[in-house]
Design a protein around this ligand. Sequence first.
Ligand SMILES: Cc1cc2nc3c(=O)[nH]c(=O)nc-3n(C[C@H](O)[C@H](O)[C@H](O)COP(=O)(O)O)c2cc1C
Length: 173
Amino acid sequence: MKKIALIYWPKKGNTEKAAQKIYEEFDEGTIDIFTITEFNTAEFSMYDAFIIGAPTMGADSWEDAHKTRWTDFFMRISKAEIKGKPFAIFGLGDQVLYPYNFVDGMIEIKREFERCGAIHIGSWPVEGYDFEESDSVIDDVFVGLPLDEDQQSELTNQRIAEWTALLMKEFSL
Ligand SMILES: Cc1cc2nc3c(=O)[nH]c(=O)nc-3n(C[C@H](O)[C@H](O)[C@H](O)COP(=O)(O)O)c2cc1C
């Protein structure tokens, strides 16, 4: 049976809440959930697919609060066995307060995993969001699932249900 690792950071906020909801959509036994600090290099070889979640916190706070942990995590994936394995991304953001940088952070995760040979899946349409620019839109679709708990929390459950159904197909579960 295929096994998915859902890995996210930070704890205690919207990202953790969304991660928990995504986890609950999958059958027990097909998915395990971790924070980026809990997941070690050797564990990557135990999983067939990955779901990675992060908020976008703007250049400054990404540098300060998050960068070290994500940099450590990205260093670990360089040595991990993820070549040829599928990965999907979800990103927390706020389209009203940050309309020119909406969920920018997702693209960093895509770049790092692809650098290590993993296969990107789980793109999501831009329809239903109201923003100006995002680094995470490529060929008119988001590279992962944006979740906006600040402005559109009422849409989160439905978005997660539809996206995880898509992932199950793309992961061939
Ligand atoms: C200092 C700060 C900077 C932010 N910068 C962005 C941004 O550039 N783009 C964006 O889409 N959201 C931005 N946000 C919104 C957060 O990504 C959003 O509130 C998210 O749900 C926070 O997730 P968390 O509770 O897991 O930390 C920012 C929030 C804060 C507090």
